[in-house]
Write a protein that binds this ligand. Structure first.
Ligand code: PLP
Length: 461
């Protein structure tokens, strides 16, 4: 019967079923029920995705910054098939183990900086951050500092939606959703860029975190958690020297440093990890997304010997873990995915294509008066739209500047994302798969160029 239906009819049926049965994350439920799904995806290949009506789009943000090796890698399907055929799932509770989880742990230890050599597996980014927060507190308990429970995070940091990750997130709507609480998590008033304080040689730099620690008392603080480059908060790159200063601050006050590498990890920024740009080693590193390029859910917390060594001395049962911690199929896909990243030189390609994006942004900045504050680290990129960049005048909320650009790009077959969760904020993010080629970067720039021109024209009436 389905075969006789036109694709339009299939779409209408699926749309009705979706509206009836699914509540979508980060979408307006009411609008969804009235409008239905925006796109129903059916296929992906390289940097392109297709919907069920055969319309093709460039995936300009690698879906959720995660499809790093691009869509349609048959090798990853094959390795999942092989592992599933052999043994799809086994648990890692009670000391059970499996070869893919062991091999992947060894591989990750070889890639992460310093002595980040031990992993606790999770199923994604939020679980990794909650796990890192719990393990930090546990570390201090084991060392006899049970009062060290507080966690400091930054404004506009995004760490996920499980309760501790949610409360570490510095975006109000997410942080406050449903009133869930972890009262020991404190969000700084400043984000990465604002922490600069003007004078980088000033001993107070990075001042916002220092003053929070001093106010709380360092004997109360377990850890600071930050993204090396903030992603979902609007792509904010730390000022030079900032991460080193945070590392020193944590050492000075005997506080653990957690790096949330969920977006930055595995080549996104043109180095294997975000922290590699500033040559610092956190005590705990949270990974997910790019570890499998989104082909299957997987995450983890990688710990240095200081943290892992203490935990490895614990003789009771560790009451923490997820059914899918160390999932053999997910780990097999993770290993193969890293093999592809290395074999195809994708970290270097991200670096090179980032330079092409820089050129494109320069062109857009010269041409469009509203385009400002471009930032690009590898293939993690963003820009702002302002009414008058020279006087720092934002657009009125009603102008919906960033939303309009994203919509115009969508009309022209490019999927990108915008952030406008604070008054006056109009940020657009671009983060294509790391396999992207020069001509494809140019296509993205030319579509954004057209979108900006249409927006300008509309604005001027
Ligand atoms: N941390 C960062 C930096 C993220 O960008 C995200 C998701 O976008 C998360 C954590 C949460 O990861 P997940 O959605 O896999 O739980």
């Amino acid at each position: 019967e389905q075969l006789l239906m036109t694709t339009k009819e299939v779409r209408a049926t699926l749309s009705d079923l979706d509206k009836k049965h699914i509540i979508h994350p980060v979408a307006s439920p009411k609008r969804h029920v009235s409008q239905g799904p925006k796109i129903i995806f059916s296929e992906g290949k390289g940097i392109h995705v297709k919907d069920i009506n055969e319309q093709v789009f460039i995936d300009g943000v690698s879906m959720l910054w995660n499809v790093n090796v691009g869509h349609g890698k048959k090798e990853l399907a094959q390795i999942a098939h092989n592992q599933m055929s052999q043994m799809a799932y086994s648990s890692t509770f009670y000391g059970y183990a499996n070869e893919p989880a062991i091999r992947l742990a060894e591989k990750i230890a070889s890639l992460t900086p310093g002595d980040l050599d031990t992993i606790f597996y999770t199923s994604g980014g939020s679980e990794s951050n909650d796990t890192a927060i719990k393990l930090s507190r546990f570390y201090w308990q084991l060392n006899g500092f049970s009062n060290k429970k507080k966690i400091i995070s930054l404004k506009r940091g995004y760490h996920g939606v499980t309760v501790s990750a949610q409360r570490a997130t510095g975006i109000d709507a997410f942080r406050n959703f449903s009133g869930s609480a972890d009262p020991e998590i404190f969000n700084a008033k400043a984000h990465l860029t604002e922490c600069e304080l003007g004078d980088k040689s000033h001993p107070e730099y990075p001042g916002c975190i220092r003053s929070m620690i001093e106010e709380m008392g360092s004997d109360q603080v377990a850890a600071v958690i930050i993204e090396p480059i903030q992603g979902a908060g609007g792509v904010h790159v730390p000022p030079e020297g900032y991460l080193k200063a945070v590392r020193q601050l944590c050492d000075e006050y005997n506080i653990l440093l957690i790096a949330d590498e969920v977006i930055c990890g595995f080549g996104r920024t043109g180095k294997m990890f975000g922290v590699d740009h500033w040559e610092i080693t956190p005590d705990l590193m949270c990974i997910a997304k790019g570890i499998t390029s989104g082909y299957i859910p997987l995450g983890g917390v990688v710990m240095n010997n200081r943290v892992a060594g203490t935990i490895k001395e614990y003789n009771d049962i560790l009451p923490h873990g997820f059914t899918y911690s160390g999932h053999p199929t997910a780990c097999a896909v993770g290993l193969k995915n890293i093999e592809i990243v290395e074999r195809e030189g994708l970290v270097e390609n991200a670096h090179q294509m980032g330079k092409e994006l820089v050129k494109g942004f320069k062109y857009l900045g010269d041409k469009h008066e509203f385009f400002t504050n471009p930032r690009t680290v590898g293939l993690l990129a963003g820009f702002d739209l302002k009414k008058d960049p020279s006087l720092n005048v934002p657009f009125d909320q009603s102008t919906q500047a960033a939303v309009s650009i994203v919509e115009e790009c969508y009309q022209r077959g490019l999927l990108i994302r915008c952030f406008d969760f604070e008054p006056g904020m109009n940020i657009v993010a671009i983060a294509p798969p790391l396999i992207i080629q020069k001509e494809e970067v140019e296509t993205i720039i030319s579509i954004v160029d057209d979108a900006l021109s249409v927006f300008s024209k509309k604005l001027k009436g």
